[in-house]
Design a protein around this ligand. Structure first.
Ligand code: NI
Length: 164
């Protein structure tokens, strides 16, 4: 397991579409383990493979509840319901936060890391995370769809600044 380098704002890979996963092999399992480590290292709720430079349709999500990290391979959203206005950020935009409208509920289908196709009905934060991460797979990032005037730039911590 290893922490991978995060691709950040301005990196053109973030606007590229990811490809379907065809085989779940050892290399993919390693990628998944590394993605989970990388997400945890930066206290993220979700991470898409493109954010570590791999254009594959793989997403990890962890709401830090009793379900643990979930791994979504080739995920699709089948249905959405309602709307919620939520605060959102992204590990690729470390200092930016904004409000955005997301569906309140989604029904999604994905392959888990054992190769089983799973259907999930998600609400609230999980619905938001699934939508955010699936956008990454299409090369879309949250700052392109935020509510106008809500973008906030949070200054990096002073300690971090001293090392610049
Ligand atoms: Ni993101």
């Amino acid at each position: 397991m290893a922490i991978r380098n995060l691709r950040l704002e301005g990196d053109e890979i973030l606007s590229k579409k990811s490809r379907e996963v065809e085989v779940i092999d050892d290399k993919l399992q390693t990628l998944i383990d590394d993605m989970i480590d990388t997400m945890h290292k930066y206290n993220g709720v979700g991470l898409a493979a493109v954010q570590v430079g791999i254009l594959k349709r793989v997403v990890v999500i962890d709401l830090y509840d009793d379900k643990g990290p979930i791994v979504l391979i080739n995920p699709v959203i089948l249905k959405t319901k309602g709307e919620q206005e939520v605060d959102e950020g992204c590990l690729s935009f470390p200092n930016k936060f904004a409000k955005i409208i997301r569906p309140e509920e989604v029904v999604a289908e994905y392959t888990d890391r054992e190769g089983k196709r799973v259907k999930v009905k998600a609400k609230d934060l999980l619905a938001q995370a699934i939508c955010h991460e699936l956008d990454h797979l299409e090369g879309e990032v949250f700052v392109d769809k935020i509510l106008p005037g809500t973008l906030e730039y949070i200054e990096p911590e002073k300690e971090q600044k001293r090392h610049d």
